[in-house]
Design a protein around this ligand. Structure first.
Ligand code: DX5
Ligand code: ZN
Length: 214
């Protein structure tokens, strides 16, 4: 699969509606929303009321990436706010299996996120339960950072592990994705590419989304 999920973290917060409408009209597939708590990551972004507002305008699934400690405390609130997909960090949760089941019970798709230093092997015994695995290709917390090249190897390893287990989770890559590396990332086995700066800071965001999909 080749899906593009523009990250609203890089959108114009003063004119969020314009950017949302652009994404609605574009070839993008999901809206990626980065929730940061200033504890799990050294930055604070936006939370539940903003997601609720965004939900009123989006015509595509809302992919909510939780960069927060104790994520399982908030699954219900984000589900009510309109999330279609919730991903949370492996490094922020002691009970991954329970947390994944909780998201699924709420009727949403569930994914686990791995920081750049966390090996894909930690997912071996949970892979079959996941709808999505999100590989961070930068250290989480900020948009506009440089892509970590090691990510290609992680995608290939994860793809191999999934093939061995006949697992069907989507592989999503987040951080430093642009029109230069998108093709190679899809070829390495990624299914979903998140792009913040590459889309919203470009001259023609709709055209950039089109190019990312090629
Ligand atoms: C970073 C976030 C990303 C971020 C990506 O912690 O998870 O989703 O918005 O931004 P770019 O594409 O600019 O690296
Ligand atoms: Zn993200």
């Amino acid at each position: 699969m080749k899906l593009i999920a523009p990250s609203l973290l890089s959108a114009d917060f003063l004119h969020l509606e314009n950017d949302i409408e652009m994404v609605n009209r574009s070839e993008a597939d999901w809206f990626h929303c980065d929730v940061m708590d200033g504890r799990f990551v050294p930055n604070i972004s936006f939370g539940i009321p903003v997601i609720q507002a965004i939900k009123k305008k989006v015509q595509k699934p809302l992919d909510v990436h939780l960069m927060i400690v104790e994520p399982d405390k908030y699954f219900e609130a984000f589900a009510q706010a309109g999330a279609d997909i919730i991903t949370f960090h492996f490094e922020a949760c002691a009970h991954i299996h329970r947390a994944v089941q909780k998201i699924k019970t709420l009727g949403l798709k569930a994914g686990v996120v791995l920081n750049p230093h966390t090996p894909v092997a930690v997912l071996e015994d949970i892979l079959g339960d996941l709808d999505l695995v999100l590989l961070m290709s930068v250290n989480p917390g900020f948009g506009g950072q440089k892509f970590i090249e090691r990510t290609y190897e992680k995608i290939r390893k994860l793809r191999l592990m999934m093939d061995e287990q006949n697992a069907s989770a989507l592989i999503e890559v987040d951080g430093g994705v642009n029109t230069q590396n998108a093709k190679a990332l899809f070829e390495a086995g990624a299914d979903v590419l998140v792009a913040g700066n590459a889309v919203f800071k470009s001259e023609n965001p709709m055209e950039t989304i089109h190019q990312l999909k090629q």
